[in-house]
Design a protein around this ligand. Structure first.
Ligand code: ATP
Ligand code: MG
Length: 657
């Protein structure tokens, strides 16, 4: 054990955390002395002992760190703990032989599956032979199957398979008289085990329920691991902690919470709270005080933060979004019924996740692995993690929503952003602001500008309060662009000016401002703003092009051509038409005709392009065609004419009439 040099405090966690105790943990296993002896005695003296209890009550721990160490190897022949996992049986191999092979490979981990294949339980035990004590009497053979409920799971085994397995097991128990079987079973599955008791063991069977800790055992489990660490609880504080653990908060369907006092303490809660408490202590703290404890009184909250911390550490390590890890855990390890599921480790990946990441999740005790059948199988460390894994922290919900938005999954992004708003505290402005922004973008992408505008404005106000200027600027710019599209140019200009003030020199924002000014009938102001951009970023093509188009409209042909020549590549119809107009104004009619024809062919629903073509035709002295293009320009809907150009088009039609 590592010992801190200056403080004399052990820096190694004395609490095992969210995993089951194993044989090496026997020296820090407390609170189960009586149960350990009781189970050992029943196991030795009955053909079948069924130890049952709730998930996480400590059955596996009791077996490994409590019962096994109390058994005397001189007077018992104990096999390694057996497992029969439903998870091992892939869809096309559900035979009782597979179930037997799973069991045998856990009982004899040193033997290869090939060696064990085809053996019955009876043959296997016969091969091992019987051990005898010094008087020549055969030793009882103690065989245990932990988590035996997996054998009786109605979802994975067909009843006839269970039956065949049981028959084979019963034959072995009958024929090798020294065999004693211990099954541990989750309480909720007990009824499916009961019909098999008689078949397995005749009358020689007992059942024992493992209860959660009573207050005294809980005190032991909390206090005793600290011995030898240099730390202890202040007087009365361990009791206070246990008292806290005996208080549970129940939330009903309407979301109303009530506190209840119960007699018992769940061992898993002891681990969660005590290991968190230990980690939260300042290095030099020798005495654990009431203040230390109160910070960790809330178990649900701690479990949630345990999951979040573990996830974000793995996410950082592998440069992967937390949200992706969480959703992988949900999809892989939580069944539709809200129970624990399993996955096996493939060559490079486990259920689509790189194995290196999976191993890190295991190191963080979010999932646990088992070797069965030469394969590594994973499941969640504990059922208590199902709940917190399903309810992500608001920050994470927001991250998920942002990710989904980027992937174009609008409905999901919306749901998670709304969830983030619902679950974050009223004063968590960072999450609120971000979620409003996501919702705004969702509305915008769904072509609902009204709602998008409301969201963007709300988000901008929130970011203003938390003084995130650049976020405010971007949001106001988004709002401004939406107003431009909606034809509310004055509003657009005011939003975009406010945005530009908060993000000086941001070229895309200034471009949008220039565009809004032009649409709003202020072409000269637009030209000035666009010129400003080009002083900062001389190669900003969009700005060059728009300035050239506006200059052409204004009749400044040479300056327009200078810009339009620079922005030659990837030209839109409006730009081509502007060049045609500038050429026509300087008498280069051939070039003008060519480009006007191209613009008209490609810009059949582009108002500004069509109006510029109309002006080219007018300059070419073709009033009839000019009028036709002016009419088409006024009717364009994809890119409608801005109001000042509509007026100009209407004037042209009046002049031509
Ligand atoms: N005596 C104990 N003292 C402190 N913590 C305990 C004790 N027994 C069990 N725990 C803790 O409780 C949690 C659940 O234990 P364990 O996995 O043994 O339960 P289980 O009943 O086998 O659960 P499952 O039904 O999931 O198999 C673990 O975090 C373990 O460390
Ligand atoms: Mg267990």
């Amino acid at each position: 054990m590592t010992v801190g040099r200056s403080s004399g405090i052990s820096i190694t966690q004395p609490y095992v955390g969210l995993r089951a105790f194993n044989a090496e943990d026997r020296d820090r296993f407390f609170g189960r002395t009586q149960e350990s002896h009781q189970v050992a005695a029943l196991w030795r003296s009955n053909k079948l002992t069924v130890l049952y209890g709730a998930s996480g009550v400590g059955k596996t721990s009791l077996l490994q760190a409590g019962v096994l160490p109390t058994l005397d190897p001189e007077s018992t022949d104990v096999l390694p703990i057996g497992r029969v996992s439903a998870g091992d049986l892939s869809a096309n191999s559900t035979t009782s032989d597979t179930a037997v092979l799973t069991l045998l490979s856990s009982l004899a981990p040193e033997r290869s599956p090939d060696e064990l294949a085809g053996l019955s339980i009876l043959r296997f035990l016969n091969q091992r032979g019987t051990q005898r004590d010094r008087y020549g009497d055969p030793l009882p053979i103690l065989l245990a199957i932990d988590q035996a409920e997996e054998l009786f799971s109605e979802f994975s085994y067909r009843p006839e398979i269970t039956k065949r397995f049981i028959t084979g097991l019963a034959r072995a128990l009958r024929q090798i008289r020294e065999t004693r079987l211990l099954l541990t079973v989750r309480e909720d599955r007990l009824p499916s085990v009961l019909p098999h008791e008689r078949i397995l063991a005749g009358r020689s069977h007992v059942r024992l329920r493992l209860a959660p800790f009573g207050p005294a055992a809980a005190m032991e489990a909390v206090q005793r691991p600290l011995r030898g660490t240099g730390r202890k609880f202040e007087r009365g504080v361990a009791r206070e902690l246990v008292q806290d653990l005996r208080t549970v908060t129940v939330t009903n369907a309407r979301g109303e919470a009530t506190s209840l006092h119960i007699e018992t303490v769940d061992p898993v809660q002891v681990q969660v709270v005590c290991s968190a408490l230990w980690e939260s202590l300042p290095n030099a703290a020798h005495v654990i005080t009431s203040a230390h404890v109160r910070r960790y009184g809330d178990i649900e909250r701690f479990l949630a933060s345990f999951c979040s911390r573990a996830l974000s550490s793995v996410a950082r390590e592998h440069d992967m979004p937390v949200a992706r890890l969480r959703s992988w855990l949900q999809q892989t390890f939580i069944t539709e019924l809200g129970t624990r599921g399993t996955a096996y480790e493939g060559l490079g990946q486990t259920a689509g996740m790189p194995n290196a990441v999976v191993r890190s999740l295991e190191d963080q005790h979010l999932i646990k692995a088992e070797h069965r059948w030469g394969t590594r199988w994973y499941e969640l460390q504990h059922d208590r993690l199902i709940e917190p894994l399903q309810h992500a922290h608001p920050v994470e919900l927001l991250e998920t929503a942002e990710l989904e938005l980027a992937e174009g999954a609008l409905a999901l992004a919306e749901r998670h952003a709304e969830q983030a708003i619902r679950t974050c505290g009223i004063d968590d402005l960072v999450v609120r602001a971000g979620a409003e922004r996501v919702l705004g973008q969702v509305s915008r992408m769904r072509s609902d500008p009204q709602r998008a505008l409301l969201r963007f404005r709300t988000a901008a106000r929130l970011f203003e309060v938390i003084e995130d200027k650049s976020a405010v600027a971007q949001l106001l710019a988004e709002a401004g662009r939406l107003s431009t599209i909606g034809g509310h140019y004055a509003q657009a200009v005011s939003d975009l000016r406010a945005a530009a003030e908060r993000a000086p020199g941001d070229a895309p924002i200034l471009y949008s401002l220039g565009h809004a000014l032009w649409c709003g009938g202020q072409p000269l102001a637009a030209v000035a703003v666009l010129g400003g951009i080009l002083e900062i970023e001389s190669g900003f093509k969009q700005a060059i092009r728009l300035r050239g188009e506006i200059l052409a409209d204004l009749g400044k042909a040479e300056r327009a051509l200078a810009d339009l020549d620079r922005a030659r590549h990837g030209q839109q119809p409006s730009t081509l038409a502007a060049r045609a107009l500038a050429h026509a104004m300087t008498g280069r009619m051939e070039a003008a005709d060519q480009e006007a024809a191209d613009a008209a062919a490609n810009g059949t629903d582009d108002g500004p392009a069509l109006f510029r073509v109309a002006r080219v035709r007018q300059l070419a002295d073709e009033p009839q065609r000019a009028a036709e293009f002016a009419v088409a320009a006024l009717a364009a809907t994809a890119t409608p004419l801005p109001p000042h150009l509509r007026e100009a088009a209407a004037r042209m039609l009046a002049d031509l009439a």
